[in-house]
Design a protein around this ligand. Structure first.
Ligand code: ARG
Length: 465
């Protein structure tokens, strides 16, 4: 057997007669990644100790010594002066051991009415709560980047696509606000997730609660938790709050990926709609002419691991029997990894949105290709009494003639249009051409300029612009 570091210092060694195998120590440690939760672990311990002193399980002086020493330990960790060892498994053991080394018996009282099972769940909830708040700020920042360019791009009409085929003309800011709406739902989802994250686990102890006279309301108050988990078995067994957060992260990544994909193809020579800011592009080591959209490709590419991490959490918890099982230690790395990838992507996305330039001449030179105004003509006929199916057929035939002769609808002489339908008169030209088709729009939420203007103003108010 490979001897480990011995059981010295292990909080649970009493019943053991043999030392832990070093391979077991290396296999089971989580300190290498859960040290990221040191601030939450210390905040949770201070709140727990404060509650213990409120109910008389610690004296006031004992609590104050614990609070002072935990604050010192936090400083040591932040200054890089703290020594880690895989023999101590995780962040909880490290902090508690450092405390006990300093305070002796007083330190040994901190774990009263607490287990690492409710402690780790508490730390993780606090960490995710902070992560949600940081993501909300980053998403708002990205929304601001899109809204901030809406005024300057208000004069630009672009094709909207369905099936990647030219469909109808829209204002460029209508597209920008389409992304803004997606990130708004992402923010709402995070706020909804936050309600369930913001629940106190501490007090569940190992799985059954405690016979000691704790007051969970106080602990919840000190940590800013809005609810208290009502079932000790449930809360020590579940990670659905983390899985839900992993989904929210995956949905943000998917939204970012869709936008990245749009801008990647729109920046190609074939489209030539948008110039990406060079500080976020890279070149080729062999082809001197290349300016590649690597930032957008990596934003799209990182979505893979973020979706994978969601799958990891679902699979991790699919067969977990009640209550705590050590498998649950595997919950943190997928969340940290998804959070890091999505945060970094959001941080890059905002300056890319700010720095991209629409290539107006190139967009305009082809805007009247592709019969983007066909639906506008159809609706003109409907307004004048044609049944929709009839109007659709009439315009379809006109478009066919146009394709064959290389003529846009707006360039057909009036007689030709009247041959197709006697509902047409010279007012038809007010509805043909991409800009006219946009101006003819009316419905709420459409690309009608007054609708888009209204939405831009709403978003400016909401985002404090
Ligand atoms: N490192 C563990 C985790 O992340 C902490 C809880 C361990 N509890 C236990 N009874 N071994 O889940």
């Amino acid at each position: 057997m490979t001897q480990g570091t011995g059981n010295q210092g292990k909080a649970w060694s009493g019943v053991f007669t043999e030392a832990t195998d070093s391979r077991m120590e290396a296999f089971s440690e989580s300190i290498s990644f859960d040290k990221r939760m040191y601030a939450q672990d210390i905040a949770g311990s201070i709140a727990h100790a404060r509650m213990l002193s409120d109910v008389g399980l610690l004296t006031r002086a004992e609590f104050e010594a614990i609070e002072r020493e935990l604050t010192n330990i936090k400083g040591q960790i932040e200054r890089g002066e703290f020594a880690y060892s895989s023999a101590l498994e995780d962040v909880h053991m490290h902090v508690e051991k450092a405390l006990t080394d300093k305070l002796g018996d007083v330190g040994r009282k901190l774990h009263t009415a607490r287990s690492r099972n409710d402690q780790v769940s508490t730390d993780f909830r606090l960490w995710i709560r902070d992560a949600i708040d940081a993501l909300d700020r980053a998403l708002a920042n990205l929304q601001r980047a899109f809204v901030a360019r809406c005024d300057a791009d208000f004069d630009v009409v672009v094709p909207a696509y369905t099936h990647t085929q030219r469909a109808q003309p829209v204002l460029a800011p209508h597209i920008w606000l389409a992304y803004v709406e997606k990130y708004a739902r992402d923010r709402e989802r995070l706020q909804d997730c936050r309600k369930r994250v913001n629940t106190l686990s501490l007090g569940a102890a190992a799985c059954a609660g405690t016979s000691l006279p704790i007051d969970r309301n106080l602990t919840a108050k000190y940590l800013g938790f809005e609810r208290i988990a009502a079932n000790s078995v449930d809360v020590s067994s579940d990670r659905d709050f983390a899985t839900e957060f992993a989904y929210d992260l995956a949905q943000i990544a998917i939204h970012l990926s869709g936008w990245a994909e749009d801008w990647i193809w729109q920046s190609t020579a074939e489209f030539d709609f948008i110039a990406l800011p060079q500080p976020f592009c890279t070149g080729s080591s062999i082809m001197p002419q290349k300016v590649n959209p690597d930032a957008l490709e990596l934003i799209r590419g990182k979505t893979a691991r973020v979706v994978g991490n969601l799958t990891s959490l679902l699979m991790l918890t699919k067969g977990i029997p009640l209550a705590y099982n050590r498998d649950l230690q595997e919950d943190k790395e997928p969340i940290f990894d998804s959070y890091d990838a999505v945060s970094a992507a959001l941080e890059l996305a905002a300056p890319i949105v700010e720095g991209a330039v629409l290539k107006r001449d190139s967009i305009n030179s082809r805007l009247n290709k592709g019969y983007l105004d066909a639906t506008s003509l159809m609706e003109y006929l409907i307004r004048r009494g044609a049944p929709q199916r009839t109007a659709h057929g009439v315009v379809g035939k006109l478009v066919r003639r146009g394709i064959e002769s290389g003529v846009a609808l707006a360039d057909f002489p009036l007689e030709t249009l009247r041959e197709a339908s006697d509902l047409v008169d010279e007012t038809v030209y007010d509805y043909l051409g991409a800009q006219n088709a946009v101006n003819a729009m009316k419905s709420y939420g459409s690309t009608a300029p007054e609708q888009v203007r209204f939405q831009i103003d709403e978003w400016k108010k909401r985002l404090g612009l």
